[in-house]
Every structure is written in structure tokens, then in C-alpha cells.
Design a binder for this molecule. Structure first.
Ligand SMILES: *Cc1c(COP(=O)(O)O)cnc(C)c1O
Length: 374
């Protein structure tokens, strides 16, 4: 059994994907080919925002957003303490200071109350200017943007939505990648919409930021790439990756629906023995991960050992709070007090999740988990 089965997906759609890849090779327009523009148009339409700029990966997408806002030295950027490293890594890259904020134990997403506390701390105890919050849609579920917006509006923070794990997720009728002032995603192969290498995208409704992002992702170009009006990055999406994504976008909705079915089957069989994921009313997850919580670290070790013995893959996302990563040592501002993050880091466990999991496989995952905890 695979944790995320990319092979089955490819086998099912081999003909179309091979055809699209071959077309790029025949056309030899490997950088900024017509497929990239077409993909940007289709992604913007799918998400429901004015502008999409495809780029090299989800980390660059976050960095480009901070660069477009000219965030830098003296600024504070608030980031959930429980997320993938990238969400915080990009902050010091711009010269700003990351301030880590606790999460909600049920949704794993940033807590608006903790965000308010962290901003107050920065205002009263540091010389930093609170500038932006990176709201991560962890494991696929959109963050609570209504609550995050209330705090952001109070303090004049820009909202950057890190939707690397939540492409295809929704709150009500609204899709992820449309909740931030700028939003970003990743097309890393194992993400909900993955390509065949690295890839990412930035979304915004703001015309001026969109123009700046277009420039920033090609060496800060002006009228062309040999006219350079600012310091930028080399962060384009390859034409080959765009071609793969255009094909995969065609059956993406079916895949999200299938993941929803897998999640419901897990819920049904596991609800009475472990804490299953809490998806809030009106939310649809993109199901990057299906993450349960065990009673304590010892019980998690037991479940992992049992699953391993049964030949079933599992993974811990994430074992360590961001504020305890060595890379951030010496740059923390002192506002980090993240009990819920510590709690979840000790107990979370992600189970195999992808659209092609079969009923028998789901049953054997659940049997293995139950055997260990009962
Ligand atoms: C994967 C991920 C990223 C980074 O995306 P890459 O394409 O791997 O650079 C950023 N944020 C989160 C939450 C992610 O899961």
C-alpha cells in the first residue's frame, strides 16, 4: 500500500499525460511555453481570482508574496507554530522576523486568539512592525479566515494564505487560494494537485501586486528580462510541468471527491477509538493528509509499530514545533507560547490518503490502528 499512490493515478491517465508531455518536447518551448499561460488562466478560473502567476515551487511562491509586499528588516510576520518549515523559512529570507502562533487543537490551523495575543506582545515588547500573517490551510482544511481577518483588520496585517496543502479545499462556495490578500500553493508531487517535479503558484485579485509578482518571478524584469527594475528570483514553472498539470486538472474534482469518500470511511471505522480529523461545517478539505490524534506519544509509537508490522505506511506531520527548529534559534521574539502545538506534535499521526485507496486497503489500515489501541 502506498501513502500517496502516484503510480495508480499515472497508469489511469497515462495516455493523456504522455501525449501532453510529448507535445511540449516536440514543440521545444521548454520555458514559458503556451501551456504555462493556459494553466495560469485555468487555475485562476478554478479558484475564482483575477490573477495567477505560476512559479517554481510553493516555497518561492510564499517568498514572492512577501517580496511583492516589500516586507523586510524591522517587520514581524506571524506564522503558525504547527506547519511545514517553508511557511516560516521564507520570513527571515526577506530580513523580517517570524513570530510563531499557536493553533486550534481540533483543526490544526492557526488560532485567531493566539494571533491577537502574539500581535499585542510584539506591539508592547518589541520594536518590530506587525506586517502580515501567514495563514496555513493545514492538511487541506481552510483556516478560519473570518476570525483571522478580524484580527488582521484590527492591526492592519496583510493576510498571506499558504494553501500548499489545500488546493481544491473550500469554505462555503469559496475555494482556497482566494482567501488571502495574496495566496500561494504548491504542486509538489504529493500535494493535492501535484506535478512531476517542483511547481507552485501565486494568486491575487490585486492588479498592482500581480504585476510586481510577474516581474519578481523573472529576475525583477521590466519591459523584458534584460531590463531589470528590481531584485527578483528565477522562479518560473517549467512548460513540461504546466502540461502535466493541465491534464491533471481535468480529473482533479473527481479526485477530491474520492478523497472525501476515503476520509468518511476512515471516520466511520475509527471515530470510537481515536480522535479523527475535525472538518468544520461548511468546509471541504483538499485532503493532503488524513491526520488522527492518539492519547499520548506512547500510544502513537504503538500504533506506528503495529502499522509497520502490518506493512502499512504512516507518517508524523509534524514532530517538532516551528519555534523549536534549530534554524530559528536566535531570531525568536519571545511571543511563542504554543501549548496546543506541543500537544499535537506528540500525538498526531497521518494515515495513507489518496483518491485510489480501495475499500479493502481502508479496512486493513483501520484494523491495524484498532488492534494497536484496543
Ligand atoms: C509543501 C509545503 C510548502 C512548500 O511547497 P514546495 O513546493 O515544496 O516548496 C509550503 N507550505 C506548506 C504548508 C507545505 O505543505
Amino acid at each position: 500500500m502506498e501513502f500517496r499512490d502516484l503510480k495508480r493515478q499515472y497508469q489511469l491517465h497515462k495516455k493523456e499525460i504522455d501525449g501532453a508531455v510529448q507535445e511540449v518536447i516536440d514543440g521545444v518551448h521548454f520555458i514559458s511555453g503556451p501551456q504555462v499561460t493556459r494553466l495560469e488562466r485555468e487555475l485562476a478560473e478554478y479558484v475564482g481570482v483575477g490573477h495567477c502567476i505560476a512559479c517554481a515551487n510553493g516555497t518561492d511562491a510564499l517568498q514572492l508574496a512577501l517580496m511583492a509586499w516589500e516586507i523586510g528588516a524591522g517587520d514581524a510576520v506571524f506564522v503558525p507554530d504547527f506547519t511545514f518549515f517553508s511557511s516560516g523559512e521564507v520570513v527571515p529570507l526577506t530580513g523580517a522576523v517570524p513570530v510563531f502562533v499557536d493553533i486550534d487543537r481540533d483543526t490544526f490551523n492557526i488560532s485567531a486568539d493566539s494571533l491577537r495575543d502574539a500581535v499585542e506582545y510584539v506591539l508592547h515588547h518589541t520594536d518590530l512592525n506587525p506586517k502580515a500573517v501567514v495563514a496555513v490551510d493545514l492538511f487541506g482544511q481552510p483556516a478560519d479566515y473570518e476570525a483571522v481577518r478580524r484580527v488582521a483588520d484590527t492591526y492592519g496585517l496583510l493576510v498571506l494564505e499558504d494553501a500548499a496543502q489545500s488546493f481544491g479545499g473550500m469554505t462555503g462556495e469559496q475555494k482556497t487560494c482566494s482567501f488571502g490578500d495574496i495566496s500561494t500553493t504548491s504542486f509538489f508531487p504529493a500535494k493535492p494537485l501535484g506535478c512531476y517535479g517542483d511547481g507552485g503558484a501565486v494568486f491575487t485579485d490585486n492588479e498592482e501586486w500581480a504585476q510586481r509578482l510577474r516581474s519578481l518571478h523573472v529576475h525583477g524584469k521590466g519591459s523584458d528580462k534584460y531590463d531589470n527594475i528590481r531584485i527578483g528570483l528565477n522562479s518560473r514553472l517549467d512548460t513540461l510541468q504546466a502540461a502535466v498539470l493541465l491534464e491533471k486538472l481535468k480529473f482533479f474534482e473527481e479526485e477530491i471527491t474520492a478523497c472525501g469518500r476515503v476520509a468518511a470511511a476512515y471516520d466511520e471505522r475509527l471515530r470510537d477509538v481515536v480522535k479523527t480529523p475535525v472538518i468544520l461545517n461548511g468546509n471541504r478539505s483538499g485532503w493532503a493528509q488524513y491526520t488522527i490524534c492518539l492519547k499520548d506519544a506512547a500510544e502513537r509509537d504503538k500504533v506506528m509499530a503495529q502499522m509497520k508490522a502490518d506493512g502499512i505506511p504512516s507518517a508524523v506531520y509534524y514532530r517538532k514545533p516551528m519555534h523549536r527548529q534549530e534554524a530559528f534559534a536566535g531570531m525568536l521574539c519571545g511571543a511563542e507560547r504554543c501549548e496546543n502545538t506541543e500537544y499535537v506534535c506528540d500525538r498526531c499521526l497521518s494515515l495513507p490518503m489518496h483518491p485510489y485507496l480501495e475499500d479493502a486497503e481502508i479496512a486493513s489500515v483501520c484494523e491495524s490502528v484498532r488492534k494497536a489501541v484496543e
